[in-house]
Design a binder for this molecule. Structure first.
Ligand code: NAD
Length: 287
């Protein structure tokens, strides 16, 4: 509390639902540890309030904001500049305000890859099955392809994100050495078939998170094999239904989205403050 005064610089988080988020705890503890005069607050912002909220970053001279579901793609036209990775992914999770110029970055893809590396896991040259092609799934797919994942089978349902999934596959095949393919999530036999040869299954759909905490896209443990990685981008609850099924199947490496959250946050922290987040300290605090 002693840090908060008339000079405190505000950083926001704009998403809905957002009250479960651990980002405020993570960033405020990191600011306190380093003695930085910043405060990080979560704001319940959906698509309808997004333009006003982005205007508030300028009006209140905030240093920036994180952006999450369902705003990561909708925010693009409201910003002045985009990092190359954000442009390629068509998604932003971090906004930096430099004297009124708002630049959008995406740190989810690098956060995903870094969180695997933190566990000693290397998926370069391997095959990934990925469900979802939204604000998280898109940068995950693109960063994985850029970093050398050999093959990505993307499954999406026929909803508004299908077009984005098509774009992701086209872009990966045109601009990286990775072989990407698009599949209908409704085709259960195809989904099972692709999982049988996957080295990693990543679910980026948010199924397993409130209000869908009793759901998983893979209910049958026999669809998994022991030597693979099962990664859920959800971290609340800590153990999702998907993770329970993977553990039942004896899968060796079953991860929730906490590590990814930590690493995407560390990169955003550096963009705002120019300082390294004390990752070890935060890891001990949150895990
Ligand atoms: P989004 O709305 O942009 O995209 C959701 C994707 O999942 C879309 O492709 C959509 O077609 C698909 N989908 C949604 N509901 C589905 C359902 N019931 N069945 C099948 N497919 C469905 O959302 P997002 O921003 O990509 O976030 C997705 C999840 O990832 C959320 O749970 C979010 O909390 C989590 N996330 C975690 C981190 C982290 O650091 N751990 C970072 C970003 C996002």
């Amino acid at each position: 509390m002693e840090r908060i005064d008339g000079h405190t610089i505000l950083i926001g988080l704009m998403a809905t639902p957002i009250r479960h988020s651990m980002s405020p705890t993570m960033h405020n503890n990191a600011f306190a540890k380093l003695g930085l005069n910043y405060a990080y607050l979560a704001f319940e912002v959906g698509n309808d309030q997004l333009a006003d909220a982005v205007q508030a970053i300028r009006t209140l001279d905030m240093r920036g904001s994180n952006v999450s579901m369902p705003n990561k793609q909708k925010i693009l036209p409201l910003l002045d500049k985009l990092s190359p990775a954000a442009k390629m992914a068509g998604a932003v999770n971090t906004v930096v305000n430099d004297n009124g110029v708002l630049t959008g970055y995406t740190t989810d893809g690098t956060g995903f890859m870094k969180s695997l590396a933190d566990e000693g896991l290397d998926i370069r040259g391997k095959k990934m099955v990925l469900t979802g092609a939204g604000g998280a799934g898109t940068p995950i797919a693109i960063q994985a392809a850029l970093d050398g994942v050999k093959e990505i089978a993307i499954f999406n349902r026929q909803d508004a994100q299908w077009k984005q999934a098509e774009k992701n596959v086209e872009m990966i095949n045109a601009q990286t050495k990775c072989q990407a393919s698009l599949h209908h999530l409704e085709d259960r036999a195809d989904f099972k078939h692709e999982l049988a040869t996957a080295d990693i299954y990543c679910d980026s759909t948010g199924v397993g998170m409130k209000p869908l905490e009793d759901m998983t896209l893979v209910e049958d443990p026999t669809w998994f094999h022991k030597d693979m990685i099962v990664f859920d981008t959800v971290y609340a609850p800590r153990e999702t239904k998907l993770m329970k099924v993977a553990k039942e199947a004896g899968v060796k490496h079953v991860l929730n989205g906490l590590g990814m959250m930590l690493e995407q946050g560390a990169e955003a922290f550096k963009l705002w403050t120019g300082k390294e987040m004390p990752v070890e300290y935060i890891h001990q605090l949150l895990f």
